[in-house]
Design a protein around this ligand. Structure first.
Ligand SMILES: Nc1ncnc2c1ncn2[C@@H]1O[C@H](COP(=O)(O)OP(=O)(O)O)[C@@H](O)[C@H]1O
Ligand SMILES: [Mg+2]
Length: 300
């Protein structure tokens, strides 16, 4: 049991005790006054009920705050790690370049590594900023223009193959013959959605990366973009929670996978701002996961 779990158990226990005490006081109060029900007695009963409700609301609030605090802590740990590691690596390579004579080939290899580290830094900062924006003004309508989801999916798949150094065929794109699949929205935001889902699919696949992306119209006025992997999967209980800000499922099967717990929160915020939704499905741990983004379709 962690310190926070102990705190939660303590406050819940205290709440139960207080409620029991209040209820028994209330009952004895009613029994004592059963003969003559006056306004005072009725007021007393209402006051007891309010006290009990107050204790429960207070405890729920307290427990939620403790949980939120825990999420913030794990987020700060994750982000600090995600910022420190690439900086330390870049620094090391720069020092080596500065203090030693290295061959041309080595120099090029160092540049590659430093670029990858810079990309990682950029990605982390970008996620934090996007999550901040999403939180500040969740209701702003994104700039709207027609976006062909088929083309966008192809772009994102190509980029993911390059970025993650995947073999050709690791990501299959399934095209459906439903005509142009166009939504109205902000192309950059929709790209973020697909990139985040693809990044996760790669990250949580382990060594055997087989991902299927499909774009389809399940009904005339909706579009589905699906990203399906055959990786570690998600326990049923967590299927909804993974979309919460900072929420991460603790390491299973895979070595410690890095992340901030912001990706899916950003995906959900963008999907909702476009009048759509996103949901996850998984047969359970070790059996892969499927993420579906549902968006309203417009005539292409
Ligand atoms: N394709 C997937 N397969 C299995 N688990 C996933 C997948 N995508 C997301 N998850 C789980 O959902 C959590 C939240 O994802 P996300 O918000 O993108 O944060 P991060 O990737 O930074 O951990 C992850 O920590 C992971 O446990
Ligand atoms: Mg992620």
């Amino acid at each position: 049991m962690t310190r926070r779990q102990k705190a939660i158990a303590f406050f819940v226990g205290l709440c139960v005790l207080l409620v029991l005490a209040a209820v028994s006081l209330n009952v004895s109060w009613i029994v004592i006054n059963a003969r003559r029900i006056t306004v005072h007695v009725v007021l007393g009963i209402i006051a007891f009920a309010l006290i009990i409700a107050g204790i429960i609301v207070y405890t729920v609030f307290l427990v939620l705050e403790i949980k939120r605090n825990e999420e913030h802590d794990s987020f700060i740990n994750a982000v600090t790690h995600e910022l420190k590691t690439p900086i330390a690596s870049i620094r090391l390579y720069l020092e080596t370049l500065q203090s030693r004579n290295v061959s041309d080939a080595q120099r090029r290899a160092f540049y590659e590594i430093m670029l990858a580290d810079a990309d990682r830094l950029h990605h982390t900062v970008d996620q934090v900023l996007k999550a901040g924006v999403a939180r500040e003004k969740p209701r702003t309508a994104p700039s709207r223009a027609p976006v062909d989801m088929g083309t966008l999916a192809r772009d994102c798949v190509d980029l993911a193959v390059v970025r993650h150094h995947l073999q050709a065929g690791a990501i299959q794109l399934e095209a459906h013959d439903d005509g142009p699949l166009v939504v109205k929205g902000d192309v950059e935001e929709l790209r973020t959605v697909l990139t985040n889902l693809l990044d996760n699919a790669v990250k949580y696949s382990g060594p055997d990366i087989r991902i299927t992306v499909s774009v389809a119209a399940p009904s005339p006025d909706t579009i589905w973009v699906r990203v399906q992997d055959r990786g570690v999967g998600i326990p049923r209980k967590q299927l909804k929670r993974i979309f919460h800000r900072f929420y991460r499922v603790q390491a299973r099967g895979l070595k410690q996978v890095k992340g901030t717990g912001l990706g899916l929160y950003i995906v959900r915020t963008i999907a909702r701002a476009h009048g759509g939704r996103v949901f996850a499905q998984s047969e359970g741990e070790g059996r892969g996961a499927t993420f579906t983004v549902e968006l309203p379709r417009v005539a292409g």
